[in-house]
Write a protein of this length. Structure first.
Lengths: 323, 328, 334
């Protein structure tokens, strides 16, 4: 990792953190409505993975998608406007938090159904592999983010078998936060590590500390190189801590709250700041400037979104079919 | 209900009370699903132990298929499937397995199970969690479908569902979960296939299900002020469907408005319209009017969400349409 | 179960399946729809069922004729079911793919690949709740292990330590497709029991043509399940000696049994001939006669009895009445 990469990583992580903290407040004041899942604690994974992808690489996500969308390059005003249900939103107010799409930046879809986009990512990978056969230098990949809960869904096993069998250029990124919605992983499966669980299919797999953005970056870089080279699929398991409940408003009674001091140590954003300063990638003032710029950018996004008009109700009856 | 004492309970609490009472009554009743036994002090776990009340992984096919197998082996599983759309992940197990076992075995086996799921959560959940998809299940042989609209019906239909020897989809409406109403104490059973006349009237028959029952009742009060007397019928179960009560009412009023939160062509409304057109045509004094959701997914932003749904104004307008002079 | 008794059941299953197959030529039109024969899998079926004791249960796929025969169901009622008669074991409602005999522990089948796996898992959950040490055998094919239902079910069975034995009859063909073309493990030359590692449960691969080995393996898994130690995946390697099923054709077109896919689809007649040479039924006969556990005369007598039993089953089924048409509206609901 060099200084430029580290600064970019920190900037993306702060943009996600600031965005989601603001979304949490807007949810409580009901300016953002519906079901909201925040990824606070997972910024390092989103930023380190998407930070190494190109616009032509495709990303899919699940219900906790804000970070992935932002890291893949979606503009904050349009993203915020979507969460506020405005006509200027990424999806014109028709999708909201769980269904964010930004085709221009390769963010092809997010789903509200656990595991739902894993096979979709295989489809994009298949298309990429078919292009490889006809296009010199074509090496785009497909990436799908999902949680550890999705691993127990049948669609996951079906997908891993096909990805392995057909050697598809797809990276499966599992953000293992230890909780499938409201229940601990131990109630879901006897296999603690997702990288162990996929071992029988023989795909390249690695587990990394998801709170360490630099480690995620380096491990993903290694896997990505293999997938780009045509070695077939890979799985990256990032162990993270979901700071917030499953959704905003979740009473979160099923687990003990993390101690503030422990969180200060693990918080991936603060950790990257400490690491970056220690390595001389940036100094304290630069880190502070990045943080403040992210917060300012988010405030501008909120202002922009608030000024965006509501969709006309009649839009609801259109777009049912593509023309 | 003379002789029966009632308490005010929410629709959600009434549903849970029925499950609780049935689990106490019959030790073969078991409860599992992704959102079951959420904490160690869960009242079901405390009462019935962790073996009969279990959280499952997010594995819909396995959850519903396991319910079928446990039912074949003598249990009466209640699967909390959380949201109706999650049934779609396991569609084969819902419409092509347990519901056919009794029939294909020539009556040798039964598969008594209940799939409990919420629907119609039109509260900013966008396209994938807000549907009213019961229409696709009502024509599935061997599968029963209950759509309670009140806390008392929720309790009584859940109890009947658990005692039924067939697979039952018990679909509760998300927008009604916190609605309060009087609920009979103790054992309370609502029979399947028996509609309930929620309001008697002589001018127009309105048939509605779930959340739209309440919209229809509110519309009826507004129309009463104008001298239009509306009868509101809630079928309560759509499979089996009590067409007799509806036809009797149409025989009296000669006018029928069907209200449904589903999109038109997968709605209960369309099925009832067909039944009444065939069996009650001579009684009709005006064309049947259907007030359904528009044929679109539910959009995220509220103005669009409201736009596609049936509401009180649309019901009032429909009733006026069938009662204007000359419509007869 | 004594080896001679295993031989008796194996030859009964073989004879039954032969009679089902012959029905397409001897009595055209009598069998409708789709049948799937278990010839070649007799040793695996009988060896597995022999590990059951009263109170244990099983579920299977649509390739289901062998299990009830091994469990002692009335073969006349089984044949009558396949012939669609009112006297069938399910009254003619189910046919070949949907046999059931709950009194003997055969809870039923699914006609959809893999979908009986969660059902067997659920029956095992019921057995765990009963607490009487009863076990459920869940039979399925190699193709079913690519269904999400397989993954979900083995995971739950493992985490709940359910008393279930998953018996995968791997006949190397997912319906008509060679397994190495659709399975990442098979493509890598690995046994399919490798999949058990994803659930931290034991997985073993055995020669399903050896009923004594199958019995020993499944019985050990059954005892493990009985002891509360959870599920096992047993991959039983068998070779299906008939095509996946009879031909599929519109009404009026006579149905028949095509040749095996190894020949018709992959041009590999030698694979099929080798499988025939390894046929588990004569293999067991030779072994038992060779060891003196059975005389050649006894073996011939057992075969003759099986022929007579299945002739009687065919006669009974042919003479049985068809169901009343209006019976179609019975049993819609229990």
């Amino acid at each position: 990792m060099n200084a430029e990469q580290a600064r970019s990583l920190l900037r993306t992580m702060w943009r996600i953190r600031a965005f989601e903290e603001r979304v949490g407040r807007l949810k409580r004041s009901d300016e953002v409505h519906g079901l909201i899942h925040l990824s606070t604690g997972g910024e390092g994974v989103a930023a380190a993975v998407c930070g190494q992808l190109r616009d032509g690489d495709v990303v899919y996500s699940g219900h906790r998608a804000h970070g992935h969308v932002i890291a893949k390059g979606a503009p904050l005003p349009e993203t915020m406007a979507e969460l506020m249900g405005r006509a200027g939103g990424l999806c014109r107010g028709m999708g909201g938090s769980m269904h964010l799409v930004d085709v221009a930046h390769g963010m092809l879809g997010a789903t509200g159904v656990v595991g739902g986009t894993v096979p979709a990512a295989l489809g994009s990978a298949l298309a990429a592999r078919m292009r490889r056969e006809s296009t010199e230098g074509e090496d785009t990949v497909s990436v799908v983010f999902f949680g550890d809960g999705a691993v127990q869904a049948g669609t996951f096993a079906e997908s891993v078998n096909i990805a392995a069998l057909w050697r598809l250029p797809v990276v499966l990124v599992c953000e293992n936060n230890g909780f499938a919605e409201f229940t601990p992983r131990s109630a879901h499966t006897p296999v603690e590590r997702v990288s162990d669980l996929v071992a029988p299919w023989g795909i390249t797999a690695a587990t990394v500390d998801g709170n360490d953005a630099v480690a995620v970056w380096e491990e993903f870089a290694r896997l990505l190189a293999g997938v780009r080279a045509g070695d077939g699929p890979a799985l990256l398991e990032a162990l993270t801590h979901r700071l917030r409940g499953h959704y905003e408003g979740d009473p979160d009674r099923y687990r003990d709250a993390i101690a503030t001091e422990e969180w200060q140590q693990r918080d991936p954003v603060l950790r990257l700041e400490r690491t970056g300063i220690a390595h001389g990638w940036f100094d304290t003032d630069e880190a502070k400037a990045v943080r403040e710029a992210a917060h300012a950018e988010v405030e501008d996004a909120v202002t922009w979104a608030r000024e965006s008009p509501w969709p006309t109700p009649e839009l609801a009856a259109s777009l049912v079919y593509g023309s | 209900m003379t002789g029966v004492t009632t308490r005010e309970l929410t629709y959600a609490a009434a549903t849970n009370e029925a499950v609780h009472l049935e689990m106490a009554r019959d030790e073969d009743v078991v409860l599992f699903g992704q959102s079951v036994a959420g904490s160690p002090d869960d009242p079901f776990v405390r009462a019935f132990g962790p073996d009969r009340v279990r959280v499952t992984p997010i594995s819909e096919t396995a959850e519903i298929g396991m319910a079928a197998g446990a039912a074949l082996a003598g249990k009466r599983p209640v699967v909390d499937c959380t949201m109706a759309e999650f049934l779609l992940v396991a569609m084969d197990q819902v419409v092509n397995e347990a519901n056919r076992f009794h029939y294909m075995s020539g009556g040798r086996v039964t598969a008594p199970l209940v799939l409990k799921a919420g629907y119609g959560f039109t509260a900013g959940w966008a396209g994938q969690h807000t549907g009213s998809i019961y229409g696709m299940f009502m024509g599935v042989p061997g599968l029963k479908v209950a759509l309670p609209s009140t806390p008392a019906d929720a309790k009584g239909l859940m109890a009947s569902a658990i005692r039924d020897d067939n697979p039952v989809l018990f679909l509760h409406h998300y927008l009604l979960l916190l609605e309060q109403g009087p609920v009979p104490d103790g054992e309370h059973l609502v029979p399947f296939g028996t509609a309930d006349v929620k309001r008697s009237g002589s001018d127009v028959t309105v048939v509605a299900t779930g959340w739209t029952v309440h919209r229809a009742l509110a519309a009826a009060e507004r129309l009463a002020a104008d001298g239009i007397d509306v009868e509101v019928i809630d079928p309560r179960t759509i499979a089996p469907l009590d067409t007799a009560t509806i036809l009797t009412s149409v025989g009296k009023t000669g006018r029928l408005v069907l209200v449904d939160q589903a999109t038109r062509h997968s709605s209960v409304a369309t099925v009832i319209a067909g039944e009444v057109a065939e069996h009650g045509f001579s009684a009709l004094r005006a064309p049947i009017v259907q007030v359904t959701a528009l044929d679109a997914s539910i959009a995220y932003a509220k103005p669009m969400e409201d736009y596609v749904l049936p509401d009180e104004d649309k019901i009032v307008a429909a009733v006026r349409r069938v009662t204007v002079r000359g419509a007869a | 179960m004594k080896p001679a008794e295993m031989f008796r059941h194996m030859i009964r299953i073989r004879e039954f399946e032969e009679r089902v197959k012959r029905t397409f030529t001897e009595h055209p039109g009598v069998i409708r729809g789709h049948t799937h024969l278990a010839d070649g899998a007799e040793a695996s079926i009988v060896g597995s069922v022999a590990a059951m004791r009263p109170g244990d249960q099983l579920v299977s796929t649509y390739r289901c004729h062998g299990y009830p025969i091994a469990l002692g169901s009335d073969t006349s009622a089984l044949m009558a079911e396949i012939y669609g008669r009112a006297t069938g074991i399910c009254g003619g409602y189910g046919g070949s793919m949907h046999l059931a005999d709950p009194e003997r522990g055969f809870l039923g089948t699914s006609g959809i690949v893999g979908q009986n796996i969660p059902q067997g898992t659920g029956a095992a959950y019921a057995a765990q709740l009963r607490g009487r040490g009863e076990v459920v055998l869940t039979f399925f094919g190699d193709g079913a292990s690519k269904q999400g239902a397989f993954h979900e079910s083995l995971n739950i069975a493992a985490v709940w330590k359910l008393p279930v034995v998953f018996v995968m009859e791997n006949n190397s063909y997912s319906a008509g497709v060679r397994t190495d073309l659709e399975d990442a493990n098979a493509a890598a030359g690995e046994p399919l029991a490798t999949k058990a590692r994803a659930y931290s449960i034991p997985g073993v691969t055995i020669d399903g043509g050896d009923p004594l080995l199958v019995h020993e393996t499944v019985a050990a898994a059954v005892e493990r399940a009985r002891a509360g130690e959870g599920p096992t995946l047993v991959e039983s390697r068998v070779y299906r000696l008939s095509a996946h099923g009879n031909s599929i054709a519109p009404p009026g077109v006579p149905l028949h049994y095509p040749e095996h896919e190894a020949v018709t689809k992959y041009g590999n007649a030698e694979e099929y001939e080798a499988a025939k040479r390894g046929d588990p039924v004569p293999r067991l006969r030779a072994r038992l006669v060779g060891s003196g556990e059975l005389t050649a005369d006894d073996a011939d007598r057992i075969a003759a009895e099986a022929r007579a039993e299945m002739q009687a089953a065919v006669d009974f089924a042919l003479a049985s009445p068809h169901p009343e048409p209006a019976a179609a509206l019975s049993h819609v609901y229990a």
